[in-house]
Design a protein around this ligand. Sequence first.
Ligand SMILES: [Mn+2]
Length: 419
Amino acid sequence: MTAKERFESAKEIYASCGVDVETAIVKCMEAPVALHCWQGDDVTGFDHDGPLTGGIQTTGDYPGRAKTPEQLMQDMDMALRLMPGKKKLNLHASYAIFEPGEFVDRDKIEPKHFAKWVEFARERNMGIDFNPTFFSHDKVKDGLTLSSPDEETRKFWIEHGKACVRISRYFAEETGIPCVMNIWTGDGYKDIPADRMGPRMRYKEAIEEILSEPFDRDKVKPCVESKVFGIGVEAYTVGSAEVTLSFAATHEGCLPLMDNGHYHPTEVVSDKIPALLCFYPEIALHITRPIRWDSDHVVLFDDETREIAKEIVRNDAIDRVLLALDYFDASINRISAWVTGMRNMQKALLYALLSPNKKLKELQDAGKFTELMMRQEEMKTYPLGDVWNYFCEQNGAPVQEDWFAQIEKYEEEVLSKRK
Ligand SMILES: [Mn+2]
């Protein structure tokens, strides 16, 4: 059987349970997923020499890490060629590109420091999402940035946030695609604080100041991302789930962002998606894979990734849920890590789109839980692979494992030669 014949056969099989494969493919093609630049260089960036801080950690020392903007773009380009579907570029402020001999601190960065990224994105028809970088910097004082009791420290980081709003505006204008600007800090305490509310009030006011920088709500979409704990901030985080959710709920135009590595290990973001969709016009997600903690492993085609995709699709919310990847693994080929995670996210979306969602909801409402279980389980072995291969082909991306030969070739010819 040819790939086309396999696809035609799969189409019939899905049609027998009421799923229109062609519609699923079109919808999957239109769902943008933001590709995070920081997988390519272990969250190092180009604006500092110090260690990674903020309670996050990369582990591993696989050879060939991108060390310059040119290398990072070259690697990203390689990865992008091996992924089907619509992508956005996701940047951190620490990836500012300076001219030789030039340097400005984070409170002074300007759109021009991201002009090369705009060029990169435009040539590839991608929008750009953005993140102020509130970590890995000597102005993080006692583990705090926006919530610091020290006014000078707070002011520096507020100015950084405002500079990032201006840069986000520039991205949206230059690409014609809205820019999602996500605010996350690692602010918190290692041990039991004496004052939990004070830092949170300062955090609230600081974010309000950042968002007082003017922007058009159709072009810049600010988000606040929560976290339960980080390395070195085990006892308390300022931007907890309650803080960010309440902030977004009470500030017009600000969206909540959920990172599925940022909750207690038994909590699932898939269940939180429909909860928030009841109240917010739009929400944002960071897709990662936590193992026992916020370990940021590569996204797999696992139960929770599929469940997240199902909640987005069956609530008809592809347009309302802004998707981005956020993980970093330095122990394996970094480009392969990018490609594996992106393909799995897209595969999960396709899987969800190939589910008879309406029928399954009807079974639930009719109290037919025996049949509901049977059908949900049977769907798992429907011929997703045949549709996925066709989807990749339609998007000019390699099918099945065919992409890996290109990774190996690139590793031999490019990565292994890097010092
Ligand atoms: Mn995140």
